[in-house]
Write a protein that binds this ligand. Structure first.
Ligand SMILES: Cc1cc2nc3c(=O)[nH]c(=O)nc-3n(C[C@H](O)[C@H](O)[C@H](O)COP(=O)(O)O)c2cc1C
Length: 327
């Protein structure tokens, strides 16, 4: 039998297939089903900053209406405690239920609050924390430098308060992706998760209204993270996990060849069910057998740019020959 064991952020995973943060892993039952299907680890659904803020505002409103204005100063703290308790319970119960690593996830927009939260997540047994940092840089007064600093501040704040490994999940919209990746690792990220697929906006032309875009990815969307994982693997000081567009065993194998230590799946599990995990893993094993690989270390990162004899292939943005015959 092929050995699928991998090391991700210092955690030993029985295989590199990780269930990405989403609603499938928002309950102990969901986590259990993923573990039973063979997942190497799970990243719990994110605890969203807006969720906490909404809880806090609701309590603030009640306190205000009841006239207990003297309590106002304490209210934010109460709101935070209330919002987080369910999430802490989920971590604790998930850890009791499964033996695979359970990664907690925080959706951060601002640096405040997260430091204390992260500490509590560690205390209840989270094996690692994934910071899902999603800032839409829509304010023209904020420079790229301001936005990048925000990412670094959030990471540094959390890093100070916990000992467990921290992964940072980011989107692809940075002018200098390599520099941001380097800086995040330099500030102590144990892994980068590339790339988050953000909520999409669409327009309904019949109803003349703004509507949510399609929630799930397509397999073609794999190429952006594939490029960046192959460019960064072995060049930065932390592990890389792939997310977006991995739908089958081929997708997993490609990301491993590019240099990912872990490969996250989400959309494909919504489309084919959680049982699809076992199917993907068995096809990865079959491929390894065909190519006479006994362990992932024998082929992991084999097609990263660092180890390539044709590094220019990874960097070409416009390829004239590829367009010949199409134009
Ligand atoms: C319904 C749904 C809920 C999601 N919720 C979260 C979340 O809470 N936190 C997060 O970091 N990513 C979330 N994601 C993003 C996924 O973790 C993943 O990065 C993204 O879907 C791309 O991977 P895929 O192509 O395998 O779907 C969600 C995605 C979906 C479809």
């Amino acid at each position: 039998m092929a050995d699928l064991t991998t090391n991700y952020m210092g955690l030993t995973l029985r295989n590199p297939l990780v269930v990405a943060s989403c609603s499938l892993v928002n309950s102990v039952e969901g986590v259990q089903r993923c573990a039973d299907a063979g997942a190497g680890a799970v990243v719990l659904k994110s605890l969203f900053e807006e969720q906490i803020e909404a809880d806090t505002k609701e309590i603030e409103r009640h306190v205000w209406l009841a006239g207990h204005t003297e309590a106002y100063d304490y209210v934010r703290q109460i709101g935070i405690e209330t919002g987080q308790q369910d999430y802490l319970d989920l971590i604790k119960r998930a850890k009791e239920a499964v033996s695979i690593p359970v990664v907690a996830s925080l959706n951060c927009i601002t640096p405040r609050w997260w430091t204390d939260y992260a500490k509590k997540m560690e205390e209840v047994g989270a094996d690692a924390i994934e910071l899902n940092i999603s800032v839409l840089p829509s304010d023209p007064r904020h420079s790229g430098d301001d936005i990048e600093k925000l990412y670094y501040n959030i990471l540094e704040g959390v890093k100070k308060s916990v000992k467990i490994p921290i992964a940072v999940k980011i989107g692809p919209y940075f002018t200098s992706m390599a520099s941001v990746a380097w800086e995040l690792c330099d500030r102590g990220a144990a892994a980068l998760v590339l790339f988050n697929r953000f909520y999409q906006v669409d327009i309904n032309v019949d109803k003349l209204s703004v509507v949510p875009g399609y929630r799930f990815s397509a397999p073609e969307e794999i190429n952006l993270s594939l490029r960046w994982i192959s460019l960064l693997a072995g060049r930065i000081k932390c592990d890389l996990a792939a997310t977006t567009g991995v739908h089958d065993a081929n997708g997993v194998i490609k990301q491993l060849l590019a240099g990912a230590s872990a490969v996250q799946v989400c959309s494909t599990l919504y489309m084919h069910g959680i049982g699809h995990i076992a199917h993907i893993l068995s096809n990865v094993e079959q491929w390894m057998k065909q190519h006479h690989f006994e362990s992932i270390t024998q082929f992991g990162g084999k097609l990263s740019q660092k180890d390539s004899d044709r590094p220019e292939l990874y960097e070409r943005l416009q390829y004239i020959k590829a367009l010949v015959g199409i134009e």
